[in-house]
Design a protein. Structure first.
Length: 274
């Protein structure tokens, strides 16, 4: 299948990044948001990247925004990057399927929900899959290609090749909570919080220990603040619900920080102040 036009549902942090990389490599890209204010804010992120004027002009020239679903009727692939809520996603899929063609492939950027369950909410479960990007999308090279139980071989191959065309390094991940990266990362982050709870070390020493001792680009608490404590808490709860293993259980401190609104960089305070 030849892909010419790409749609992106959601122009938040992830959606705008996905739209940017698609437009940057030459795909006609249409990104949809619920209102003009949110749309323009998201599109504004695209023009702020550190790229040459020529590259920026190419990206902007291939990119357009909309607040309707009808504008996406010619899309060959649509990547959904809205809130991690099953009912919200189902509603968006239903509206989208009224206007796109039968051949259109629908992908979700979900980081935690069951891709097979999402596929079952559509009329094209064989042409549905997961395409999990990482933040910040223009910089991070990895993308997880997730096959639902219903994803056809043709769809999988098309999506894998599409990911490569974006300049990404795709890996095939199973349709299980956390896929590959978060399945390994989340227990590490949760255990770091537990270590801090029992006074194993200061935040600075724990972060420095993992940076300088293991060569990680950032320590666990800096990373938690970057990802968002609420996001980590949400994913951890889904993983614990699925596996019922203590390693995935969010520690009490993480819950209390989320309840207190200390979500990390986006709220101005997490484990560190910003």
């Amino acid at each position: 299948m030849q892909i010419k036009t790409v749609g992106v549902l959601g122009c938040g942090l992830m959606g705008s990044g996905i739209a940017q990389v698609c437009a940057a490599v030459g795909y006609k890209t249409i990104v949809r948001e619920v209102d003009d204010v949110t749309l323009n804010k998201g599109l504004g992120r695209v023009t702020k990247g550190k790229v040459t004027p020529e590259a920026r002009d190419k990206t902007v020239g291939n990119l357009s925004g909309t607040t309707t679903f009808e504008a996406m009727n010619d899309c060959d692939v649509v990547v959904e990057a809205i809130i991690e809520n099953l009912d919200e996603k189902r509603g968006v899929y239903a509206a989208l399927e009224k206007v796109v063609s039968d051949h259109t492939i629908l992908l979700s950027n979900t980081s935690s929900l069951c891709v097979t369950e999402l596929a079952a909410a559509t009329k094209r479960p064989d042409r549905f899959g997961g395409l999990h990007f990482f933040n910040p999308v223009p910089i991070m090279k990895l993308v997880e290609v997730v096959r639902a139980l219903t994803t056809s071989d043709e769809t999988y191959q098309t999506v894998f090749t599409f990911a490569q065309s974006l300049g990404k390094e795709p890996i095939t991940a199973p349709d299980r909570p956390g896929f590959i990266v978060n399945r390994l990362l989340v227990p590490y982050l949760l255990d770091a919080v537990r270590c801090y709870e029992i006074c194993l070390g200061t935040l600075e020493d724990l972060d420095k220990g993992m940076k300088l001792g293991c060569g990680y680009p950032m320590g666990p608490f800096t990373l938690l603040d970057f990802v968002g404590l609420d996001t980590t808490y949400y994913i951890a709860n889904i993983m614990f619900e699925e596996f019922r293993e203590p390693v995935y259980a969010p520690p009490p401190l993480l819950k209390r920080m989320v309840v207190a609104g200390r979500l990390g960089r986006k709220s101005g305070q997490g484990f560190y102040k910003y």
